[in-house]
Ligand binder design. Structure first.
Ligand SMILES: NC(=O)C1=CN([C@@H]2O[C@H](COP(=O)(O)OP(=O)(O)OC[C@H]3O[C@@H](n4cnc5c(N)ncnc54)[C@H](OP(=O)(O)O)[C@@H]3O)[C@@H](O)[C@H]2O)C=CC1
Ligand SMILES: O=C(CO)COP(=O)(O)O
Length: 413
């Protein structure tokens, strides 16, 4: 077989991970990533079933021995069972959700209605947020199933390259054994998979990289510094939300964030980057998914990210500007102007730990201030602010009379 990933180097083969052989896995959604994950799970030793949306699709995949529409050129293992979603989850021990995040809520309701086993683990493959409130998929899944039964996958993983040469996956869960079991099956299939305990960080990093790749695609024709600035601003804006939700920096710095951003922003076949390029060519947003032939997850996720940022009172002019670019209310030159002139907030320099004298003096000042002004109610740091209250929308920027960008005033954050 030429399409198998190369065997892992010795140190990875030696990692002490649970043996996943013989467990029953179900992959719901037979698009490019769902199919690729199903191929790897079967190679890694899980008894795997891939579920298509319709009976005709299942029949076609079985007949062709490949998913010609979504993953052409990859032979489906003979051990991989293929059936329509109507068959229900049966006795699956692990359910991998390979549908775009906009359909995740439906897929979960269906699993519950069809009698998902009470101990089954549920793993999201999505790099988007769930509508209508823009919550990370594992937050929704944890509400339904409990966090110990829930995990997600992130990291640079273009579907075809993953099954032929490898990828840099991250399996993340609040439950260490679950994350390690998932990592183990991918490692057995010859694909690197780190395991971590920060599912929300991994998911927000994936959503941020889709938004950043779209923004970079839309901006690269105007200059690569501008494309890099667009991606960098979006990453740091979304990081502030992730930090509020308790995420770890390594999720944004490592494979799930920076690694995936580079893989996506450099890939000519990336849907999100391509969608940005088409936007820059003036193609209306509504026509782009049909032109690309697959779901453009960032189109749904970027507005959800922007409203989550607004709810948490996080100033996010570039993410908000990207929403307006997608919605066609911000012309490209004005978007580029916004990206080029946004000034991030200055760092907060720490003066270090105050000594005893300084602590006494600060205490005295506090006391005097309290005598003068009665204490105000303190906001709970993580409490969402009332929708739309804390942050102004990105400045409405327009093209000048001659079509040239109206240089926006430097935007302070
Ligand atoms: N492709 C990639 O390289 C990567 C993708 N991902 C993530 O994986 C997820 C899926 O993406 P991807 O496979 O690329 O998307 P695709 O557009 O290739 O495929 C989506 C698949 O989901 C199916 N589907 C949609 N809604 C439902 C539903 N309600 N029930 C059953 N099936 C449904 C579609 O069926 P139909 O054909 O009938 O419409 C289609 O088979 C995304 O969230 C993406 O971020 C993550 C890493 C890499
Ligand atoms: O997430 C991906 C690779 O890791 C795929 O990105 P696109 O959805 O932009 O193609």
């Amino acid at each position: 077989m030429t399409d198998r990933p190369r065997p892992l180097p010795a140190p990875l083969r030696g990692v002490n991970l649970p043996n996943p052989l013989g467990r029953r896995a179900l992959v719901v959604g037979a698009g490019s990533f769902g199919t690729a994950v199903a191929v790897l799970l079967a190679r890694g030793g899980f008894r795997t079933t891939l579920q298509t949306r319709t009976a005709q699709q299942a029949e076609q995949l079985r007949r062709d021995g490949e998913n010609a529409r979504y993953l052409p050129g990859v032979e489906l293992p003979t051990s991989l069972r293929i059936e329509p979603i109507d068959a229900g989850p049966g006795r699956a021990e692990f359910v991998f959700l390979g549908v775009p995040s906009a359909h995740l809520g439906d897929a979960v309701r269906r699993l519950e209605a069809d009698g998902l086993d009470r101990r089954a683990k549920v793993v999201s493959l999505s790099k988007g947020l769930v509508p209508p409130h823009g919550i990370p998929p594992t937050v929704l899944l944890a509400e339904r199933f409990g966090s110990a039964r829930v995990a997600c996958i992130g990291g640079p993983a273009h579907a075809k390259e993953m099954v032929t040469q490898g990828a840099g996956l991250v399996a993340s869960s609040a439950d260490e054994e679950l994350a390690a079991t998932i990592a183990a099956v991918f490692l057995r299939a010859g694909v690197v998979c780190e395991h971590t305990d920060d599912p929300v960080g991994v998911e927000l990093a994936g959503a941020a990289k889709n938004a950043a790749a779209l923004a970079a695609g839309a901006t690269e024709g105007q200059g690569l510094n501008a494309a890099g600035a667009a991606a960098g601003h979006i990453f740091s804006e979304v990081w502030r939300l992730a930090e509020r939700l308790g995420a770890q920096p390594v999720s944004f710095i490592g494979l799930a964030g920076t690694g995936d951003l580079v893989a996506t922003a450099l890939a000519p076949q990336s849907r999100n980057r391509r969608a940005g390029e088409l936007l820059a060519e003036g193609v209306p947003t509504a026509e782009i998914p049909a032109r690309v032939g697959q779901a453009i997850e960032a189109f749904e996720s970027v507005p959800l990210l922007a409203s989550a940022l607004r709810r948490y009172g996080i100033d996010a002019p570039v993410t908000t500007g990207l929403v307006q670019l997608i919605q066609g209310t911000l012309p490209l030159p004005a978007w580029v102007g916004l990206v080029r002139t946004t000034v991030p907030p200055p760092a907060r320099w720490s003066a270090g730990e105050p000594g005893p004298l300084r602590r006494w003096w600060n205490g005295l000042l506090r006391l005097l201030r309290i005598r003068r002004d009665p204490p105000a109610l303190e906001a709970t740091p993580a409490a969402p602010a009332v929708e739309g209250s804390a942050v102004e929308e990105a400045p409405a920027l327009t093209a000048g009379g001659d079509g040239a960008p109206t240089a926006p005033a430097a935007t302070e954050r």
